[in-house]
Design a protein around this ligand. Sequence first.
Ligand code: BJW
Ligand code: ZN
Length: 238
Amino acid sequence: MTPDARELVKSARRVAVLTGAGISAESGVPTFRGAGGLWRTFRAEDLATPQAFQRDPKLVWEWYDWRRQWLLTVEPNAGHRALVELEDRLGDGFVLITQNVDGLHDRAGSHRVLKLHGDIWEVRCIECGRRGRDERAPLPDVPPRCECGGLLRPGVVWFGEALPEGVFERAMEQALNCDLLLVIGTSAQVYPAAGLVPLALRHGADVIEVNLEETPQSSHVTLSLRGKAGEILPGILR
Ligand code: BJW
Ligand code: ZN
């Protein structure tokens, strides 16, 4: 018998959630891959790598400055909000592991959030290492510079870079210990984030996937639901 998503959620004490760009799609934020994906027009390897930044920091910053401006015009949606309600109900039994850098989970009111790929509103100096938050968009100068004169870079994780220290370790711990992992709006192609799904399954958790399309994980999970996160999540989490 196919398990019922609502029942799986209701009976779980510890729930971990892994989100990707798809949860923000209904807010109007373009995804990376697939129809209308950001990288249909921009090649990932041209922009989201340390090499690209070394080659042309202005071009890379123009892309981020454009995305930051776009983000100021959008709002969290029903999918983000349903996760806030689940967190309110479960307290310490809840963790949200996100690959998104857009800050929409924060704006919706989520607190227990592990950001695997950083935050688009953070900056870091490539010379002195100073970190900060800059929520201005557009930025007055592109590329922006640190007080020390060094180049600032976006506080995000590019291909080939390590995830923020300790964050992936905490995410793995949560995946190992949860009863239920919800996998929302991710193509599950980028590692090590995608590896959390088989990890949770191997350790006996149920996994519910919510996605518009099939992913490499769909045939392995307990339940794979096809549709929009903003429509499915409020229904199964309440
Ligand atoms: C909806 C919906 C709706 C739409 N409702 N659903 C070969 C094999 C394995 C690994 C590698 C390999 N070669 C290289 C690697 C490693 C590499 C990697 O995984 N590459 C793969 C692509 C092959 N990974 C890395 O490099 C990582 N680092 C690393 O491994 O470090 C090792 C190391 C250790 C120690 C020292 C040094 C190094 C880092 C990965 C960083 C990823 N960064 C980005 C950019 C972040 C900054 C930015 O935003 O600009 O993160 S890439 C991009 O992809 C972004 C995303 O977080 C990430 C994942 O994408 P996501 O969220 O899944 O989005 P989409 O667009 O792919 O999917 C959206 C989904 O939503 C779709 O399925 C839709 O159907 C669905 N959807 N609307 C529900 N309404
Ligand atoms: Zn500096």
